[in-house]
Design a protein around this ligand. Structure first.
Ligand SMILES: NC(=O)c1ccc[n+]([C@@H]2O[C@H](COP(=O)([O-])OP(=O)(O)OC[C@H]3O[C@@H](n4cnc5c(N)ncnc54)[C@H](O)[C@@H]3O)[C@@H](O)[C@H]2O)c1
Length: 328
């Protein structure tokens, strides 16, 4: 049977997707340079290569030796703030290395690519919910690198060399029983509020309280990592069955405000997160909510675990079991 190469499979969303693929009997091989990922996040029984997506020789060898026919490409740096401070690093790691990967995949005869894209490709959208045909107008280098990768896949598709699914995640959150979020420099809201409520950090800041939203704080669309993993499995199935290339939003269509997230975490943990109110951050849109209709219609994908309470409960279970993440 042909194998699926998962780049970034030692990261948060990648490791959960690897589990989901293996659980349905797929042959998986992981490539990850561990710049933000964890070796412990990948079962030892799964072939694992520690290396970069830009290492052409290594990619060539993996594709040939494992008979890779599909790739799910998670590997990327993904902090918006870091990408603004150090754009070259993002261009090099995400865009340049991503291109090298695509070139070697095509040369090796890989037919299908599923790309981790992001709502950041839309920048500051004019309206919500956002459908996939909204213009791509990224407002930071991170989002720009994802647009470049989407466009590269579109060109390869037009030349008939591959088909692809660009999955644009909104806010990934939650955990499974064995895999969760362990970013060394955490920038995501739910793990930050959980750590604050658990007393592992000194409070947290709510950035912006005067947005045009019901409670004045920014509204985002949170999607459970298990639902994300399921969408990748369905996208691969779609491409393998000869389905056309597509761009799909992965969100629920429902938004929650930062204040609602803080309240939910405090009620699940039973402690205050010591939230302090701060100024808006530049480039943070007031509201980002997906129109998830296309994923449901074409892939038959419907989130089943993405209500805020379940997301927070699962993330809290992971946090309690692994207070130091994979390091504990
Ligand atoms: N977490 C979110 O809310 C979110 C939202 C939208 C999109 N995404 C995208 O999803 C993907 C996964 O995100 P995550 O939250 O799991 O991040 P993560 O940092 O946990 O995982 C990324 C993985 O890729 C690896 N990696 C990075 N660059 C590499 C390279 N050049 N070669 C080999 N390995 C490399 C890292 O070591 C890590 O294991 C990323 O592409 C990210 O841009 C994430």
């Amino acid at each position: 049977m042909n194998a699926t190469l998962v780049t970034g499979g030692a990261g948060y969303i990648g490791s959960v997707t690897v589990e989901a693929l293996v659980a349905r009997g797929e042959t998986v091989v992981v490539l990850d340079n561990l710049i933000t990922g964890h070796r412990e996040a990948v079962d030892r029984a799964i072939p694992f290569y520690e290396g970069a997506t830009g290492d052409r020789e290594l990619v060539r060898k993996i594709v040939a030796e494992h008979g890779v026919d599909s790739c799910v490409h998670f590997a990327a740096l993904s902090s918006v703030a870091e990408s603004v401070a150090d754009p070259e690093r993002y261009l090099s790691n995400n865009a340049v290395q991503g291109m090298a990967l695509f070139e070697e995949l095509v040369r090796g005869g890989v037919r299908h690519v599923v790309l981790s894209s992001t709502a950041a490709v839309y920048g500051e959208p004019e309206s919500n919910p956002i459908a996939e045909d909204a213009p791509r107008k990224p407002v930071n280098p991170y989002g720009m690198t994802k647009v470049v990768l989407e466009q590269a896949l579109e060109a390869l598709d037009r030349s008939g060399q591959i088909t692809f699914a660009a999955l644009r995640y909104f806010n990934a959150a939650g955990a499974t029983g064995t895999r969760g979020e362990d970013h060394r420099r955490e920038s995501h809201l739910i793990p930050i509020v959980l750590a604050a409520a658990a007393g592992r950090r000194d409070g947290m800041t709510i950035y912006g309280t005067d947005y045009p939203t019901p409670d004045g704080t920014a509204v985002r669309d949170y999607i459970h990592v298990s639902d994300l993993a399921d969408a990748h499995v369905k996208a691969l199935d779609h491409l393998r069955k000869g389905g056309e290339s597509l761009h799909i939003n992965l969100g629920t269509g429902t938004g929650f405000s930062v204040r609602q997230v803080v309240d939910t975490v405090e009620s699940v943990v039973g402690n205050s997160a010591n939230a302090v109110l701060g100024e808006r951050r530049p480039g943070d849109p007031p509201v980002l909510i997906a129109d998830p209709g296309k994923g449901s219609e074409i892939l038959g994908w419907t989130p089943t675990q993405s209500d805020l309470e379940s997301i927070v409960r699962d993330a809290w279970s992971w946090h309690k079991a692994r207070p130091l993440g994979y390091g504990s």
